[in-house]
Design a protein around this ligand. Sequence first.
Ligand SMILES: [Fe+2]
Length: 293
Amino acid sequence: MTYPVDMSVKADVSAHFDEATNTITYIVKDPDSDHCAVIDSVMDIDYAAGRITYVAADKLIAEIQERGLVVDWIIETHVHADHLSAAPYIQDKLGGKIGVGEKIMVVQETFGKVFNEGTEFQRDGSQFDALFKDGDTYMIGGMQAFAMYTPGHTPACMVHVVGNAAFAGDTLFMPDGGSARADFPGGDAGELFDSIMKVLSLPDEMRLFMCHDYGPNGRAIQWETTVAAQKSDNIHVGGGKTREDFIKFRTERDAQLSVPKLIIPSLQVNMRAGHMPTDKDGRPMLKTPINGF
Ligand SMILES: [Fe+2]
């Protein structure tokens, strides 16, 4: 298998863990320049109060400014259902292009219906600066990166391979965490298995960075592993488990899971590239569809 990036480049990765949502945001930097990308940023919300703050994003911005970095890209691995993206806030302060998978259009179509959005809500991905197709390449300074289409958790999921580091989004969790759910609208357990196999066909030594970690069985939070470790130890797909085993397990498990606490605000904001929806008078306002999920 050949890939469109130089995987010997040692991407410089800095991780920020968000305790409120168990999300890991990354700054990934070209080792030979000051250019970087931000992957899966978080905007803080107190949903009960309808209050938005930027503590996590400000910390990230402070690090980028202290290190004197140039932001080329602000990437979303997918439309998250468990936290809100701070992409536009970061773009405002630091620049950079906001990118997501082109299948965002499918997600916008699906949730445009769920939230009964009007025609002013565009379903063409135009809220984002760049829409990635499978295999699309891009640059972070002089470092090559590419997007790998990995549907299953959602229809717009992509894994981003940057030098010797891959950002797994919600395809995989740490080996003892397994995999993400596949029961959201447009999700599919079989597709998720195939996508995971695609990720695990990357070189064994490829570093894999998770989007989430929940510290299963009381262990400390971790986010970095390798393809080799996932292939041998992942509790949902490792050690030669079959596609059929996975579909059965995943479907039964997903039926037991409750709806993510922040799914309603997250989807409305993230399908708009991190922008708040507004009411007819232009005020930021969220909807709650009753029995919509
Ligand atoms: Fe997700």
